[in-house]
Design a protein around this ligand. Structure first.
Ligand code: SAM
Length: 260
């Protein structure tokens, strides 16, 4: 993995580069790494697509929680891209367990590179990757190049409850509701649905924290030299949970790309 990719993966997992090799261990108890799976499935089921032809792209697919369940529930073909080989191995195992290996293709690649080429998927999903492509406007500008005209863009992220912006690492792209919708629709795509994930995100974050806490204790015993970094990471995660709860509303946005 080159340095740019490493930085991007580390940012998405809110961890210092030094701890990146230990993330598969710390996150071993989780399948979904932050996304609101059930809500994404509830949205995908409403989209008028046929299992013979539907072709889905899951950017930053992690361990394939979204990809595998979409393939399993709807019979759609899914391409999942991620830069962490250990997560992708887990995704393959899950695909086999759900009997959808033939519908799921996982590639180890930097998604910032992958999206430089246009694609013609029916759905592109960006779940729990925040502002990886920049502002909300940059995000939709990028994602809409990955689907055909009339295709769907699904973004699992959120907006600021009260403030207009927040000066904190990883939060630079967040805006209030009105501005977020304005930016996401700035290319004439139609916002066809939105599902609040605030409550479910709170539960997901609490579980995340609980799970990593016990793995951090184990890892600190095995690697005493990492204890300080691991405790800093845990402290940061606690702080992140508080900020998320206080400042953000979780939301899944679904846009239909204009035919223009
Ligand atoms: C918070 S996790 C979300 C994973 C998945 N969408 C889910 O909800 O289970 C972010 C994922 O994005 C991947 N990632 C971050 N930056 C990336 C990049 N530039 N290229 C490829 N994968 C990236 C990480 O490896 C990680 O698996």
């Amino acid at each position: 993995m080159n340095n740019r990719t490493k930085k991007s993966v580390a940012n998405s997992l809110e961890v210092e580069n030094k701890l990146l090799p230990y993330m598969p261990y710390l996150l071993q108890d989780l399948w979904a790494l932050g996304s609101s799976i059930n809500q994404i499935l509830d949205i995908v089921v409403t989209l008028p697509l046929s299992s013979d032809t539907a072709y889905v792209l899951d950017l930053g697919c992690g361990k394939g929680a979204v990809s595998v369940q979409i393939a399993s529930e709807f019979g759609y073909s899914v391409v999942g891209i991620d830069a962490m080989p250990e997560f992708l191995q887990e995704a393959q195992i899950k695909a086999a367990e759900y009997h959808v290996s033939e519908l799921c293709t996982f590639y180890e690649q930097d998604i910032l590179t992958y999206v430089k080429d246009k694609h013609d998927f029916n759905i592109v999903i960006l779940a729990s990757l925040g502002g990886i492509f920049g502002s909300n406007k940059d995000t939709i500008k990028t994602l809409r190049t990955q689907v055909k005209p009339g295709g769907y863009v699904v973004i699992d992220d959120g907006y600021l409850k009260k403030r207009e912006s927040l000066n904190r690492k990883g939060y630079g792209h967040y805006r209030n509701y009105e501005k977020t919708v304005e930016d996401l629709t700035s290319f004439s795509d139609c916002l066809i649905s939105e599902i609040s994930t605030t409550e479910v995100s709170k539960k997901i974050n609490d579980e995340y924290l609980h799970v990593i806490e016990s793995r951090i204790i184990e890892l600190s015993d095995q690697h005493p030299e990492l204890e300080k970094d691991l405790n800093n990471y845990l402290e940061l995660q606690r702080e992140e949970c508080d900020i998320l709860n206080k400042e953000l509303e979780g939301m899944i946005w679904v846009l239909k790309k204009s035919k223009k």
